[in-house]
Design a binder for this molecule. Structure first.
Ligand code: NAI
Ligand code: MG
Length: 365
């Protein structure tokens, strides 16, 4: 197999602890499958700031742009709370997203059978759940101009954010949704609020047109985003792929995340546009959780979110679908056997530390 260049950015707190478990998998896949992963490591977040005063250096940024995929741990922690805004740990992640143009954020909500009983919803509602939320990540109200607080001079101030979407942004995010749906159950539900937002009207039009022109084999439905939130909690299994804007996607993906249990279980991927020559996409894979300073250094962090992010990397960056399936099944099998890290521990289960959980998954692969 051809060489696959991975940049590992472990970051801060439990980031490096979780990344170490992925490194074990990479070593194993190189030795046993001749997978041909070539890894480099870089600094990001607080640890980068401590080393050179930036949340990510130009050199590491260049490595990220040159890599086939970036694996990102987590950044931040109380140690860096007081440092200047421009170099705060999160600035490293934001720079990566911006310069790699990662406009599509993929958040699967998968309910492992072994954890269905501990969901806050009824077991039958979440058991076997496997949906994918695709959030537009580089446009919308988080970036639109004007964005400011103005003083009205009468003792009042006005806070302004602007929701802006252009046709090409909606076309490319819906293209990702339709393409991924084809590899799944072939269904896309697009969510906006066309009843009260002009950008929602355009969103609906462009998704409909993109579907008609290029993806009419995929089943497309539309839902108002607030109703979508309700439906996600009422009967989430009705969905396959959900595509939505930056703001609604932020909220809906967090709602969907909690259907399935702990923050320590949730992976994500952020994809850029395909290279016109090679067809390959820039991509960054990261767990949804942060650096968990409250448990960092204790060897008790759940590495599954990071490992499942690596499974997404195999699937979406390297088309190693069979290996991705095997890795996800290995995670599921280890949970079926009753192995748990402390965050998902329940009575009668066996508690494992971070390293032992990683070993168990490598063993099952
Ligand atoms: P967090 O996700 O780091 O932690 C929230 C809670 O979940 C904590 O009690 C933590 O112990 C637990 N938790 C999280 N991941 C876990 C895992 N893998 N295994 C076991 N337990 C886990 O969010 P929090 O506490 O709001 O933020 C902590 C720091 O992380 C802050 O500096 C924040 O800015 C940063 N952060 C970074 C993110 C990133 O790098 N993408 C995302 C979210 C927060
Ligand atoms: Mg959020």
């Amino acid at each position: 197999m051809a060489t696959k260049k991975l940049l590992l950015l472990p970051g801060d707190g439990i980031g490096p602890e979780a990344m170490a478990e992925v490194a074990k998998l990479i070593d194993m896949m190189n030795t046993e499958l001749g997978a041909g992963f070539e890894t480099e490591e870089g600094l990001v977040g607080g640890s980068a700031y401590d080393a050179h005063g930036q949340a990510i250096s130009d050199a590491d940024m260049a490595k990220a742009l040159a890599a086939d995929a970036v694996l990102f741990g987590a950044v931040g922690g109380p140690k860096w709370d007081g440092i200047p805004y421009e170099v705060r740990p999160e600035a490293g992640l934001l720079r990566l997203r911006k310069e790699m143009e990662l406009f599509a954020n993929l958040r699967p909500a998968i309910c492992y059978p072994a954890l269905a009983a501990s969901s806050s919803l009824k077991q039958e509602v979440v058991e076997g759940l496997d949906i994918l939320i695709i959030r537009e990540l580089t446009g919308g109200v988080y970036f639109g101009e004007p964005k400011e607080i103005i003083d009205l001079g009468n003792g009042q101030k006005r806070g302004i954010d602007t929701q802006v979407y252009d046709t090409f942004e909606i076309e490319r995010i819906s293209g990702v949704a339709f393409e991924l749906a084809r590899t799944r159950r072939n269904k896309v539900c697009s969510m906006e609020k066309r009843n009260v937002m002009k950008s929602g009207v355009l969103w609906n039009e462009v998704v409909t047109a993109t579907h008609k022109e290029r993806y009419s084999d995929v089943e497309l439905t539309h839902m108002l985003a607030d109703a979508g939130g309700m439906q996600l909690v009422r009967w989430p299994k009705q969905f396959d792929v959900i595509v939505t804007d930056n703001l609604f996607g932020d909220m809906l993906s967090d709602v969907a995340a909690m259907l399935t249990g702990s923050l320590g279980m949730l992976p994500s991927a952020s994809l850029g546009a395909p290279d016109p020559k090679t067809g390959s996409r820039k991509a960054l894979y990261e767990p949804v959780h942060g650096s968990a300073p409250d448990i960092a250094g204790q060897g008790i962090a759940n590495p599954i979110a990071m490992i499942a992010s690596f499974a997404m990397c195999l699937r979406y960056s390297f088309n190693m679908v069979e290996e991705a399936d095997r890795l996800e099944k290995a995670i599921s099998a280890v949970l079926d056997e009753g192995c748990r890290t402390r965050d998902v521990m329940s009575e009668g289960m066996t508690e494992l530390g971070t390293g032992a959980m990683g070993d168990a998954i490598v063993e099952k692969f």
